[in-house]
Write a protein that binds this ligand. Structure first.
Ligand SMILES: [Zn+2]
Length: 80
């Protein structure tokens, strides 16, 4: 019974937010659809923390005019 670690961190290592200089764990995947194309062709913009995901989503939508989707990986379902 040597293993008493409460936090098996090795099981899941969060990627960092793709926003330059942010450094927070990326909890949200931002996806953007191309106007006129089905959602399954959505392009992955990147993984961001919640705050930056919103900013990137709005920015992407304004620029490309497509629909923006947010996907939370299961590992972050209990975040905060
Ligand atoms: Zn961020």
């Amino acid at each position: 019974m040597a293993s008493t670690s409460r936090w098996p961190a090795a099981l899941w290592v969060p990627a960092a937010c793709a926003w330059g200089g942010c450094g927070r764990p990326a909890g949200v995947d931002v996806l953007a659809t191309v106007p006129g194309e089905p959602p399954r062709l959505a392009l992955r913009v990147g993984g961001f923390c919640v705050g930056h995901a919103v900013i990137v989503g709005i920015d992407t939508q304004a620029r490309d005019g497509g629909e923006v989707w947010y996907a939370a990986p299961l590992g972050m379902a209990r975040w905060r």
